[in-house]
Each structure stands twice: as structure tokens, then as C-alpha cells.
Design a protein around this ligand. Structure first.
Ligand code: HEM
Length: 354
């Protein structure tokens, strides 16, 4: 057993970026941290990260303001019309990118997916297609943002927009890691390709375009995404500051100390997942998602409002990729710090399917 694994299931003291911090690798303690409200814990990140996010990133705001922004962003991204529009846009951007792919040079998946996801978000936030629900959501969103600008606190709309953009960057990582894990697991790639090919020919026979519910209805594709989120740990954890002395499971977190809920250690704990370092989408077959210590999107009041969107975009990308191309991946490795990414940007050599 390596050193890292010995600390699983524990809580220990550390000094992250010079701040006294309780690091939780224990699923129950981490869940408690996530579910707590702002009277118990508030987000707190080291200065270097705060500067990176911008002081007014929603990730750092508390109380009623955070709830309002969270609700608005949530309503915006949950809307069926937005999903329908994003599906149409994404299909166009994916196809445009893939049409440019050449056989005689490597394709860098990390760059391609970044490009696609960026275009989708810009379109979603700036130039929504007309439609009553969209218009009203857009109006609410814009009024809200301009309202924020007149508040004494510094939460300009552009900042919120930038912080959303920063979140969206995690979607290309999800797509890239899925391609990496599938390249290393031919059985999973075969099953995923079969499932997507079947849907594609069914839709072609019916003469219908694919809509967002079609993409999300593919059970094996969803398992591949879930397993990529578990193994990839795109967000390795979240940090909070204790607003009072807190006792959890016999551990004391003193007031003013930070607590780091380390998702990665829980997702890779062999007490929760057999052969945790193995990419195994089939492990999700009969798993009860509500009780399986799986929190890639956080939880509680700050649960990621973009989670449906992240899954949808990844599903669309994978569908078009595996149904149109076979590929050979060059050697590359996943880097986990300070952010998750591929060391060589995931170069692959593609061949168009007959
Ligand atoms: C694979 C993709 C993604 C992952 C793994 C992810 C993960 C997370 C996590 C763990 C949090 C909780 C942070 C905390 O508790 O402090 C979060 C919050 C958030 N995410 Fe995501 N996210 C993803 C995609 C997105 C997308 C596509 C958007 C929207 C464009 C988005 C928007 C947000 C926002 C606005 C918050 C802050 C919510 C709040 O504090 O009220 N995320 N995300």
C-alpha cells in the first residue's frame, strides 16, 4: 500500500499555502462540510487561488447573494430550451471542428474540446436564439448582473461571466479524460461505440435529428462519464473556513481554521470502490448514486449548477467522436496539480469510419 492510501478515511492537520487546514479524506466528514451552511463554513481559498478566481467569483460569495446567483444560474442552465439550443450549437461546433481534422497530423483533443466548449458558452450567455422563455431568462440574468454592478460590493457582471468561463473549462477536461480512459480500455470503447452507432442509425431511419434527451438517455455513455468524473477528479476538492468551533466524528475543527474536503481521496478509496484506480464504467451498473460517496459536483447549497450541462456537452462530443472516427492515441499522462490536464494535450491520430 502506498503512502497516499494509508491516509484514506482519515482527517489530518496540514498547512495548505501557509493556512492551518484540516484535510478530510473521510467521506462522512467531507459530506458534512459540503452540506453545512454559511453559519458553519464559508468558502475560503488561498490568496493565490483567490486572485486567480477573482475576489468576487461566486465560489467566494456567501449568504443570500450566493443563493440568488446560484438560483439564477441554476434556472438558466436547467432550462429545457437552453439545453435544446446548446445541443444544436454544440452539434454545429463539434462538426465544424471535426471536419477540419486531418489524417496526417496529430489532433490535440485537449485543445479541440476547449475550443468547442468555449464557443458553446459564449453563444449560451451572449447571443441566445429568440424564444419567450429564453428571452425572459436572459433578461432576468442581464438585469441581475447590471443590478450587481450598482451594489457597493464588487461583483461586476464581467467577473461573474469570467468565473462561469473558468468553470466551463472543466468540461473540456472531462471530455479529454474520457478519450484518454477509453483509449486505454478497448472493451469500454467498443460498448460505447455500439450504443452510439445504434442511436445514430435509429435516428437516421426515423429521419429525426438527435435532441438533448436522446444524448442523455444512453445508459452506457452516462456510465463512462460518471466513471471519468470519479477517476479523473477534475475538481479535487473544496475549501471552507470554520465560522465556529466544529466537532465532527470526534475531530475538532477550531474556529478560523480551514477545512479541505478532498474528493479525490474519497473517489479513490478502496473501501468505497473496488480496484479504485481502474477505469471501470460497469461498476455503476446497479449502484445507488445517492449513497455512494460520489461528489464530483460538490453538494449542498453550492452544488454545481452546471452539472447537467457538463454531462450533456460531454455526451454530444463523445457521440460524434466515436461514431465518425477510430483513432490511435499517442503516449500521454494525466497531470493532477495544480489543475487536472494532459501533459501533452492528448495527441491522437484519427481515421474516418467508412
Ligand atoms: C465537469 C465539469 C464540472 C465540474 C466537475 C464542476 C464541479 C463543481 C464543484 C465541485 C462545485 C462546488 C464548489 C464549492 O462547493 O465550493 C461547482 C460549483 C459551480 N459550478 Fe461547476 N463544475 C463543472 C461544470 C460547470 C459548468 C459547465 C458550469 C456553468 C457554466 C459550472 C458552474 C458552476 C458555478 C457557477 C458554481 C458555483 C456555485 C455556487 O457556489 O453557488 N460548473 N462546480
Amino acid at each position: 500500500m502506498d503512502k497516499r492510501r494509508r491516509m484514506y478515511g482519515k482527517v489530518f492537520k496540514s498547512h495548505i499555502f501557509g493556512t492551518p487546514t484540516i484535510v478530510s479524506t473521510d467521506a462522512e466528514v467531507s459530506k458534512f462540510i459540503l452540506q453545512s451552511d454559511a453559519k458553519t463554513f464559508v468558502p475560503s481559498y488561498p490568496k493565490s487561488l483567490t486572485e486567480l478566481m477573482g475576489k468576487s467569483s461566486i465560489l467566494l460569495i456567501n449568504g443570500s447573494l450566493q443563493k440568488r446567483i446560484h438560483g439564477l444560474i441554476g434556472a438558466f442552465f436547467k432550462s429545457a430550451l437552453l439545453k435544446a439550443q446548446i445541443t444544436r450549437d454544440m452539434q454545429v461546433y463539434v462538426q465544424e471542428s471535426m471536419n477540419k481534422w486531418k489524417y496526417d497530423q496529430p489532433i490535440y483533443i485537449q485543445d479541440e474540446t476547449k475550443n468547442i466548449a468555449f464557443q458553446v458558452l459564449v453563444k449560451a450567455l451572449i447571443s441566445l436564439d429568440p424564444g419567450q422563455e429564453m428571452e425572459s431568462l436572459k433578461k432576468q440574468f442581464q438585469e441581475f448582473i447590471s443590478g450587481l454592478m450598482s451594489l457597493p460590493i464588487n461583483v461586476p457582471g464581467s467577473q461573474l461571466y469570467r468565473s462561469l468561463q473558468a468553470r466551463e473549462d472543466s468540461v473540456p477536461v472531462l471530455m479529454t479524460l474520457a478519450v484518454k480512459y477509453l483509449s486505454d480500455c478497448p472493451a469500454a470503447l467498443q460498448q460505447l461505440t455500439d450504443e452510439n452507432m445504434k442511436l445514430k442509425s435509429l435516428k437516421a431511419q426515423l429521419g429525426e435529428p438527435l435532441n438533448w434527451t436522446d444524448y442523455l438517455s444512453l445508459p452506457f455513455t452516462q456510465k463512462v462519464i460518471t466513471e471519468t468524473l470519479r477517476l479523473g477528479n477534475i475538481i479535487i476538492g473544496v475549501m471552507r473556513k470554520a465560522m465556529k468551533d466544529i466537532e465532527i466524528k470526534g475531530y475538532l475543527i477550531p474556529k478560523g481554521w480551514c477545512a479541505f474536503a478532498y474528493f479525490r481521496s474519497v473517489h479513490l478509496d478502496e473501501n468505497h470502490y473496488d480496484w479504485p484506480y481502474q477505469f471501470n464504467p460497469w461498476r455503476w451498473q446497479d449502484k445507488d448514486m445517492s449513497s455512494c460517496n460520489f461528489t464530483p459536483f460538490g453538494g449542498g447549497e453550492r452544488l454545481c449548477p452546471g452539472l447537467d450541462l457538463a454531462r450533456l456537452e460531454a455526451s454530444i462530443f463523445l457521440h460524434h467522436f466515436v461514431t465518425q472516427f477510430s483513432w490511435v492515441a499517442e503516449e500521454d499522462t494525466v497531470v493532477n496539480f495544480p489543475t487536472v490536464r494532459m501533459k501533452r494535450r492528448m495527441p491522437i491520430w484519427v481515421k474516418r469510419r467508412e
